[in-house]
Design a protein around this ligand. Sequence first.
Ligand code: SAM
Length: 559
Amino acid sequence: MTEVRDLSSLKVAAAAIDSSCQFGLFASSKAYKKGDAILSESPLIILKHPSEPDKVRSQFDKSCFAAKKKPSNDQDENDDNIITDLTLPASSTKDLTAHHIKKLKGLALAAASYAMHRPNLTDETKEKLFQLYHPSTNNNQGDGVSDDEKSALKLVNQALKICQKIAAPDTSLNRLVQDAKGADELINLLLIYSCNAFEGGRIYHRLSRANHSCNPNAIVCGSSSGGDDDDVSVLKAACDIAEGEEITISYLGSYLYAGYPTRQRVLKDSKYFTCQCDRCSSTVHSDLASCLPCPVCHPRTGRYLDEDVMFDEGDEGDLTVSYATPKNGMIAEERSIECKGCNKITSFNPNEQSMRKKKEAACVNYMNKAEEKVYDRLEGNDSVTSNGSDGDKNLDVEKEANEQFYEMATSICGAKHWTTHFMNLSLIEESLANFQSTFMSMGQNAAEDAETMEELLTGIAEAADGIERAWMYASGLNLKTDPSQWLFDYTVGLARALVSLGDAKSQQYAVQWISKVEDYAEAFESDGMQKVVSSLKNAWKRHTSSEGEESDKKRQKVA
Ligand SMILES: C[S@@+](CC[C@H](N)C(=O)[O-])C[C@H]1O[C@@H](n2cnc3c(N)ncnc32)[C@H](O)[C@@H]1O
């Protein structure tokens, strides 16, 4: 069991991020070393979406909304009351985007979950829950409430109305939303949920006081203890933390490695605030993730980079193109980019007079648009996802779309831009996932196998190249968190594929990859994952075992 640290060394105090009396978590009376557990905590409440087939889900659905039957062919005897997809009334969703509807569904399900838990909550838990940060609902003028937070208020009010319409009679949800006091309580609860919930709808007494930073010094990990009934999260130091320092985490997931406009968009969309962390607020900053290929020294034809500079490696030969750094404020209209390579500044100013400057500004706009499009693709908010048909064909459409977006990102934003890395990693994830099943199914037909093997080896080589590039990019950002936080799964996936190939050379190559994530795994990953890492690392030593010989036979057959 991870030790619960002396909580007197942690303090909830007024935070540096904002003057409007918000709080944060501080290492008030001790310092921490990288990997130290700072705090272990179970959630006050889990406002769980019923997306996993378990007892809670079935009970939950029966107790909240009128049950909607699944189509009979995939119906399980025990789950005929499960809601496969909560359908909101058409009148409530008219003119709303898919993203907006998804959020309303999430809120309606969180409301239902709260209604179900509510009778069992102790007064102490309720008190702690309702003390957590949320925008004020106390005045009609919305004084002191930011525009971001006003959108949260609007959304939770819409969600309440929806719950009032769809809650099944005689359920805990219906009783809560039909009562004026209950409805007020639910509004506050949904705001607290919107601003404080972690993955899976978990809300904590202390962890939920940790502010976000785009260069965080702490990471929230699952418990390393692991009993089935435990639901403990552990806050760990991502780097050395000095006594008195604020402890910050990232609310961004992998978008921590994205550029400024996307990071701000994710935080506004998901948590309703404008980030004021150091990485975002510096007006002249050198955040590599926000750099763009310079429109002056990166030659282009129209909006597309010339082929020889798309994948530029920087200082080889006479290639002197470089990425330009954002300057002068971060609002799109105020932004300009400065290139250290050619010393030129390109502005976004639409009123530029000279033709050349107009063209350069248009270039920057294309890059911004491409960044937005890639984000929408990654989030499934794009037309490909919403128009997709069903079944296998859908997977092909998705794959093709990902390849097209990867090419677009590379040719407009360049191979070093975050959009290119993200799209490439999506493709790599898919290719590594297919690797295992394809490899296992080989051994039937020597000629076909040879072809398949060549494809697999090409896939692995491309994956290694893409992951290596992403490592270089992530390391170059110089964040306090280890790049493994983003690249762990891809790196382990690649090592796993290399080990499966079975020959000693591939297995030794796997060791090189595993060594990149080994320290991270030891400090931040579960015991189970540490075992996987150690087994992949030692696979080549077992090479002479029957497992290795079996794979060798397969490879020899192919050869
Ligand atoms: C989970 S709470 C964090 C604790 C909160 N500050 C409090 O007083 O309890 C999240 C809220 O804190 C604020 N916040 C957190 N990180 C921030 C940041 N980097 N910039 C601006 N506001 C931030 C936002 O209002 C956000 O909705």
